[in-house]
Design a protein around this ligand. Structure first.
Ligand SMILES: [Zn+2]
Length: 381
């Protein structure tokens, strides 16, 4: 991770660069900033910079053997500690070392813009909250006593340091205060008040502000397919949180995809003579994976619901605009008292079966035939 991949945060980067140039890098630092500000990404970029064999005034080279390992988050002198808890793979005594592969995959997927919910989803722990345990502190104590393997420095990065158990914090106080030579410790945290005062006082605090709307707009515009106006709207909603911005963008894109596919699917259901096309679309739906199937079916439920609102003269409650609004209006006449409850139930049942691993191919062809029958039903006069 190079500084050039960091979104915004020019002032923080300048501060970090100056500390290296002037040879006064604090051995234990605390990068404190809200979710989506990039504290973890910054700390990794900083560690990579310190370790790079060929750094410039402003960034690591991104190409030396050290940088190459850093880009995969797997340099032997880079050590991570982060909240964990039990899951299907780690049934007892969870600790960071047992989750390293998941952690590296997760960082690669989110470009080190980590969030607690994203991480807990990745390791499938449901609503359980993670902790940085005393076991982690022991692992760190063991590791820190060894010499660096390749780099000049050994680097320890703690993500969500406020999740450190009190016993673990106390165990590490001395280390934070006076780590061995050639050690760099970076704690990242979102909530200052949740850190023990004894930990706070042993670190050099660097505040990482939330991103500006302009920084988020610019990043969305350059790194996604968002149009400028859309990027601006999302940035306003995101309130300086990059993770929220990218999630909003992806949700909007998914809704748009669902809309396009659902409209196409319904049209084919209407004209059941066109079996070949309907079959091939059903086969496509069978392949898209469970989460997207559920999202597609959920979109169907929403559309039926909107049609009912139109039919009742409650258009003002239809939260759609543009093509989607137009489509729900045109679809409304085909939904009536003779079929609405059955269509609703069919879609709900399909979601239920998707969650229980039903065969996608059978599920979607069956669903399309039943929907097709129901759409041709009219209420008894
Ligand atoms: Zn390098």
């Amino acid at each position: 991770m190079q500084f050039s991949s960091i979104i915004g945060q020019k002032e923080v980067i300048k501060k970090l660069l100056t500390s290296v140039r002037e040879n006064r890098v604090a051995h234990t630092q605390l990068l404190l900033g809200p979710e989506g500000s990039g504290c973890l990404a910054l700390s990794i970029a900083f560690a990579q910079y310190v370790t790079c064999k060929n750094r410039t005034e402003t960034d690591s080279c991104g190409a030396c053997p050290s940088c190459v390992k850093f880009e995969k988050f797997s340099h032997p002198d880079l050590h991570f500690f982060f909240p964990t808890t039990t899951n299907d793979a780690v049934k007892k005594d969870p600790k960071s070392l047992l989750f390293l592969n998941d952690w590296r995959e997760y960082l690669t997927g989110c470009n080190a813009y980590a969030t607690q919910s994203g991480w807990y989803d990745k390791i499938k722990v449901g609503n359980k909250q993670g902790t940085i345990y005393t076991r982690d502190a022991s692992d760190m104590a063991k590791e820190i006593s060894l010499k660096p393997y390749e780099a000049e420095y050994k680097i320890f990065i703690f993500w969500m340091a406020e999740k450190m158990h009190e016993t673990a914090s106390n165990k590490l106080l001395k280390t934070f205060e006076e780590p061995p030579q050639k050690t760099l410790i970076v704690l990242t945290a979102e909530k200052y008040e949740l850190l023990l005062p004894t930990v706070r006082s042993r670190t050099q605090l660097i505040k990482v502000p939330k991103l500006s709307d302009e920084e988020i707009t610019e990043e969305l515009f350059s790194s996604t397919q968002a149009e400028e106006e859309e990027a601006k709207d999302i940035a306003l909603l995101a309130g300086g949180n990059w993770n929220l911005a990218i999630e909003t963008y992806e949700n909007a894109k998914e809704t748009q995809n669902n809309f396009i596919i659902f409209r196409k699917w319904l049209r084919l259901c209407f004209r059941p003579g066109n079996y070949l096309k309907l079959n091939s679309l059903n086969a496509e739906l069978a392949r898209i994976g469970r989460e997207r199937q559920k999202s597609f079916l959920g979109y169907g439920l929403e559309t039926v619901h909107n049609s009912i609102l139109h039919n009742q003269g409650n258009e003002k409650y239809v939260k759609k605009s543009g093509d989607e609004l137009e489509f729900s209006k045109r679809f409304a006449p085909f939904i009536n008292t003779a079929n609405q409850a059955d269509i609703y139930q069919l879609l709900n049942q399909a979601i239920y079966h998707v969650e229980r691993n039903a065969h996608g191919g059978i599920l979607f062809s069956d669903l399309s035939f039943r929907i097709s029958d129901l759409l041709n039903k009219t209420p008894a006069q």
